[in-house]
Design a protein around this ligand. Structure first.
Ligand code: HEC
Ligand code: HEC
Ligand code: HEC
Length: 92
């Protein structure tokens, strides 16, 4: 019994640490110029993690040009909020 609760406690700590350590602003590198993504601001504004994390919080396997332009730019265009111009996201 003792062993099992120790493992459960460890998993809980790991899950919590993962959520706690996502940086407030995540730098997404791109040849066009890096994109400074204000993660915390999006968490607070959108509340729904699934808008970007379909499979649960953490790394996004699909992250790349196609995913980003569809997901990021798509939502900004739809909500008429947030940058849609290349240079508004890609900074030197
Ligand atoms: C607008 C899109 C968006 C929303 C909404 C969002 N995230 Fe993220 N999140 C990202 C992106 C992009 C990354 C970087 C993923 C990568 O590097 O693979 C990320 C990274 C993370 C990471 C860090 C992964 C790592 O190991 O570096 C965690 C944890 C996380 N998000 C949790 C959350 C939680 C919890 C919520 C909801 C409260 C949330 N996110 C809402 C886009 C979003
Ligand atoms: C809403 C923000 C946003 C806008 C607007 C945007 N991009 Fe991106 N773009 C990204 C993100 C995020 C990535 C993926 C970065 C990554 O994979 O880490 C990306 C990736 C790319 C890549 C691939 C980079 C590489 O290293 O291979 C190119 C090229 C690119 N964008 C060009 C453009 C052009 C041209 C425009 C304007 C028509 C544009 N982007 C508009 C956010 C944006
Ligand atoms: C589901 C909707 C949605 C998605 C997905 C989304 N955004 Fe946004 N984004 C917003 C909204 C709404 C704002 C305006 C927030 C505000 O001004 O309070 C915004 C604002 C921004 C800003 C400007 C922040 C500022 O401080 O002015 C940047 C940069 C940005 N988004 C980048 C991204 C990138 C990069 C992604 C993809 C990884 C992304 N967004 C995905 C809704 C979204």
């Amino acid at each position: 019994m003792k062993k099992i609760s120790a493992v459960v406690a460890m998993l809980a700590v790991t899950a919590f640490a993962g959520a706690a350590f996502a940086a407030d602003v995540i730098e997404l590198p791109a040849s066009m110029g890096k994109v400074s993504f204000p993660h915390k601001k999006h968490q607070e504004t959108l509340k729904d993690c699934k808008k970007c994390h379909e499979k649960g919080p953490g790394k996004i396997a699909e992250l790349g040009k196609d995913w980003a332009h569809k997901t990021c730019k798509g939502c900004h265009a739809e909500m008429k909020k947030g940058p849609v111009g290349c240079k508004d996201c890609h900074k030197k």
